[in-house]
Design a protein around this ligand. Structure first.
Ligand code: CDP
Length: 220
């Protein structure tokens, strides 16, 4: 039986990671947070002294990177920082970076670890580029102000001092970079179901997502 792939895409702080993790747990599927891969490349480039505004330097750096070095970095707590998120969105538009990560993500979907019968991948281009044939595609989103509020609360809990205005500005800049780039722009696949959770909480979003998933899986 080929593996069943569920693609969860969406912008920053839309709650896509939470929903993706909950779906994976519910179905006993493997889960991959693909944003972490880009965060790892961004942080590795920074520690190598690469100027993140220099596209050619990032591309050359990506050519030399091994996928193993990226995977080994995935559990670093620093990857969860906003600095890592910004670095990720600066390296992510570079085609050489995306090419480096493509096969790992596709292999994860096709042959999930631990013999799981399916995989949930969350990111920006899962339904469009990584797994265009995914069985289920959900694009999770919410209004910008609501997303910024959620991210700000998250940062406050972690003891970070950013103001709401800073968080909102950063989120807008990142949305702009992600959607306007020419390589794999962060947009919903034409066949994705849009799940807007501006007015509903995580539990309700999960319930809505499971309705979409169950309906799609029932068409086997
Ligand atoms: O959840 P949040 O958007 O804050 O972070 P993330 O999902 O870890 O993504 C960080 C950045 O990585 C995004 O702003 C994108 O620029 C990039 N990314 C991407 O280009 N493609 C993916 N599949 C995942 C992330």
């Amino acid at each position: 039986m080929p593996s069943t792939i569920i693609a969860i895409d969406g912008p920053s702080a839309s709650g896509k990671g939470t929903i993706a993790r909950m779906i994976a747990e519910e179905l006993d599927y493997a889960y991959l947070d693909t944003g972490l891969l880009y965060r790892a490349v961004g942080m590795l480039a920074m520690s190598d002294g690469i100027n993140l505004e220099d596209k050619a330097a990032i591309a050359a750096f990506a050519e030399t990177l091994s996928v193993t070095a990226i995977i080994n970095k995935l559990s670093a707590p620093a990857l969860r920082s906003d600095e890592a998120a910004t670095a990720a969105s600066k390296v992510a538009p570079i085609p050489a970076v995306r090419a480096k990560l493509l096969k790992f993500q596709q292999d994860f979907g096709a042959s999930p670890p631990e013999g799981k019968k399916g995989a949930v991948l969350d990111g920006r281009d899962i339904g469009t580029i990584i797994a265009p044939n995914a069985k289920v595609k959900i694009y999770v989103t919410a209004d910008t102000a609501v997303r910024a509020q959620r991210r700000w609360k998250e940062l406050q809990k972690r003891g970070e001092t950013a103001t709401y205005a800073d968080v909102l500005a950063d989120l807008r800049a990142r949305d702009e970079r992600d959607t306007k780039r020419s390589a794999a722009p962060a947009l919903p696949a034409t066949d994705a179901v849009i799940l807007d959770n501006t007015r509903i909480n995580a539990k309700e979003t999960f319930a809505e997502a499971m309705k979409i998933v169950s309906k799609a899986l029932a068409t086997d």
